[in-house]
Design a binder for this molecule. Structure first.
Ligand SMILES: [Zn+2]
Length: 182
């Protein structure tokens, strides 16, 4: 097991506990997740260009989250009128990083970044709102599909894996087919 539940406690709740125990954390061995931040940074620039986002728009938080439901690998969440307490962030299930290739994890984060950009664009790029409108559906939207396919091409330019790219193209169609309302 690469990840331990304490990381979750540290990042998501129990702040007084983590402050109290802060000194102890120096002695806990922890392997950082194998997330390719360099590639994700490139994908973020690509998503900003593709969606005509302001060039200084910051990306959302990226959080390892043990609460991601078993059927999902990662997700983008944000506060809405119905769920005002949601944090705006990309949550990644730790098992996803264990089970999927680096390419596929990077592509998945790219897919969530497009959700983020689409939500912010729908809300006129106003990041500081308490809640966000989300009337548009993304997964079958031709622009959303085109950008997430193009992210697969961008990742291909780095790793040159035809198999991985085909799997990503497949995911584009699967998201539309399986979750057309998202
Ligand atoms: Zn999605």
């Amino acid at each position: 097991m690469r990840f331990k539940p304490f990381f979750f406690a540290l990042s998501m709740c129990c702040l007084p506990l983590s402050v109290m125990a802060a000194d102890d954390f120096h002695t806990i061995e922890y392997t950082p997740p194998e997330i390719d931040y360099d590639v994700i940074g490139r994908m973020w620039d690509f998503v900003k260009l593709s969606t005509h986002a302001p060039s200084d728009l910051p990306p959302p938080r990226l959080v390892l989250d043990w609460h991601v439901p078993p059927f999902a690998r990662m997700g983008f969440q944000y506060p809405t009128e119905q769920f005002p307490s949601y944090q705006m962030q990309i949550s990644i299930a730790p098992r996803t990083i264990e089970q999927y290739s680096k390419e596929m994890v990077s592509w998945g984060v790219g897919h969530e970044l497009v959700h983020y950009a689409f939500i912010l664009r729908e809300n006129h790029w106003q990041r500081g709102q308490a809640t966000f409108q989300d009337q548009l559906k993304h997964h079958c939207n031709p622009e959303f599909k085109q950008i997430t396919r193009a992210i697969a091409d961008e990742i291909w330019k780095i790793y040159h894996s035809d198999t991985q790219r085909a799997a990503m193209y497949d995911e584009v169609e699967k998201s539309c087919f399986n979750e057309p309302n998202q």
